[in-house]
Design a protein around this ligand. Structure first.
Ligand SMILES: [Zn+2]
Ligand SMILES: [Zn+2]
Length: 150
């Protein structure tokens, strides 16, 4: 996969028009270090004095996801979709089920495995997604403190 340097470039490649709304939303995602929900994007846009209504945000996000400019993941319990820029940098997520924090992991354990699968099954692999659910260090500490005080 080729690296795409900026989201404007990526928009051009995708054949989508470079609209104000698409740009504004891509900007927010580019600045964020974490995947965001549509609600969070909505709030971030208001903070930047760019008001886009929520239904438009959903529509734009879905269009961008269809064109693979952004990636849609889902968080654990509340089923709210999370969106992040498709940087074409391969990353995995550790998702804390308690505080919903997402920790990015650069390491990928599947590179060799994909090669093997490709040889064995003759399957052309385009990518994979992996989310690991658990409880982060902070929440673990809190849980332990609660146990002691009870
Ligand atoms: Zn946590
Ligand atoms: Zn991987």
């Amino acid at each position: 996969m080729s690296e795409i340097s900026s989201h404007k470039e990526a928009l051009k490649h995708s054949g989508l028009k470079n609209t104000k709304q698409r740009n504004a939303i891509l900007n927010i995602l580019e600045k964020s270090t974490q995947p965001l929900t549509a609600d969070q994007i909505y709030v971030a846009l208001i903070n930047e004095k760019t008001a886009i209504n929520l239904s438009t945000i959903y529509r734009v996000l879905n269009t961008l996801a269809e064109k693979n400019l952004i990636v849609k993941t889902s968080s654990v319990s509340d089923n709210k979709a999370l969106f992040e820029l498709n940087s074409f940098e391969h990353k995995h997520h550790l998702v804390c089920v308690e505080c919903k924090k997402i920790i990015m992991v650069d390491e990928c354990p599947f590179e060799e495995y994909e090669k093997k699968l490709k040889e064995k099954m003759g399957f052309t692999i385009l990518g994979h997604k992996l989310e690991i659910y658990g409880i982060c260090n902070n929440c673990k500490k809190k849980d332990e403190e609660n146990k002691h005080t009870q």
